[in-house]
Design a binder for this molecule. Structure first.
Ligand SMILES: Cc1cc2nc3c(=O)[nH]c(=O)nc-3n(C[C@H](O)[C@H](O)[C@H](O)COP(=O)(O)O)c2cc1C
Length: 288
């Protein structure tokens, strides 16, 4: 796959994630069910707490041991090394949407009292050690992107940071540890963060000086929230604020999700003004 992408003149990154408690109990990484002891839950997470819909929190497991945390960090490093060996042009670490890294960052799911929990700096420690380990494995020149969001899949209104100072306490140490660029996940790219007009990609670039990627409903009339409910999306020209943001260098790159699934030639269509094909969920059932 990497070779085919390169032959077509493009670049490709591998996204690496550990979903932590979001994984179903006793289901392995490729969806196979396996047996473990009665009532036991071997999912790795900071405190065994998962935030449900409407912010009810449930303790479903136990806090990871220090050895397990070390093992997960090493696994990220090994996976990044594998991606590099396979010829990927870089890696993106998924630290968003309520998965493992986010479970450490969020004070609602991280109640640890050791060096991986506590204030915002300590809750960021797991993420910085993941980046450190990856850097040590892939060397200084291999691009490492970190994807972050302030919201969770189960609660779009949840926020990791209440203001830019708190967000800086998360992203600055990560930038200093070796993140080359941040990918800031939003459902609608034009929505401002921290009560301002600047979106999260703009804030993160301002606070770290690193390049950022923005995303969310680009050329679409609805967001992934509607997609989760099984709705399709119609094309919509909402590029003006995006182009203005790029022009001002508020952010540097743009990620396109569903519109690209519906239009693999999206850049050409947008450049030439060719109408876009609507996105529908059934498109996920085929590869072409
Ligand atoms: C079918 C599908 C699969 C996705 N898988 C991932 C994924 O593996 N990792 C990830 O970070 N985001 C994933 N996302 C979220 C997208 O990266 C993106 O943030 C989201 O679709 C919003 O962009 P859009 O409005 O342009 O679709 C997925 C989205 C869709 C529609």
């Amino acid at each position: 796959m990497v070779e085919q992408v390169h032959d077509a003149g493009a670049r490709i990154f591998a996204q690496l994630w550990h979903v932590g408690l979001v994984r179903k109990p006793r289901v392995d990484g490729v969806g196979r069910l396996y047996e473990s002891g009665p009532g036991s839950d071997d999912r790795l997470s900071p405190s065994g707490i998962i935030g449900g819909n409407g912010l009810s929190f449930e303790r479903v497991g136990r806090p990871a041991t220090l050895n397990e945390i070390r093992g997960a960090i090493q696994a990220y490093g090994a996976a990044a090394c594998t991606a590099k060996t396979l010829g990927f042009d870089g890696v993106e670490i998924h630290g968003a949407h309520g998965y493992l890294i986010d479970q450490f960052l969020w004070d609602q799911t991280n109640l640890r009292e050791d060096e991986y929990g506590g204030d915002i700096g300590r809750r960021t420690r797991f993420a910085t050690e993941v980046i450190q380990e990856i850097r040590a494995n892939v060397g200084p020149d291999f691009p490492v992107v970190l994807r972050l969001s302030t919201w969770k899949q189960q609660d779009y209104n949840a926020r990791l940071a209440a203001n830019p100072e708190e967000w800086a306490a998360i992203v600055r140490p990560l930038a200093a540890t070796g993140v080359d660029a941040f990918h800031l996940s939003q459902r609608r790219y034009w929505e401002g963060e921290f009560g301002t007009e600047a979106n999260l990609a703009t804030w993160t670039k301002k606070l770290t000086g690193k390049p950022t990627i923005t995303v969310g409903s680009i050329t679409l009339d609805n967001s992934t929230a509607e997609m989760m409910r099984g709705e399709g999306s119609l094309p919509k020209d909402n590029l003006a604020p995006l182009l203005a943001g790029l022009e001002r260098e508020d952010f540097d790159l743009v990620a396109v999700g569903r519109a690209l699934i519906a239009n693999p030639d999206w850049p050409h269509r947008v450049r030439n003004g060719t109408p876009l094909v609507p996105y529908s969920l059934s498109m996920l059932q085929t590869l072409v």
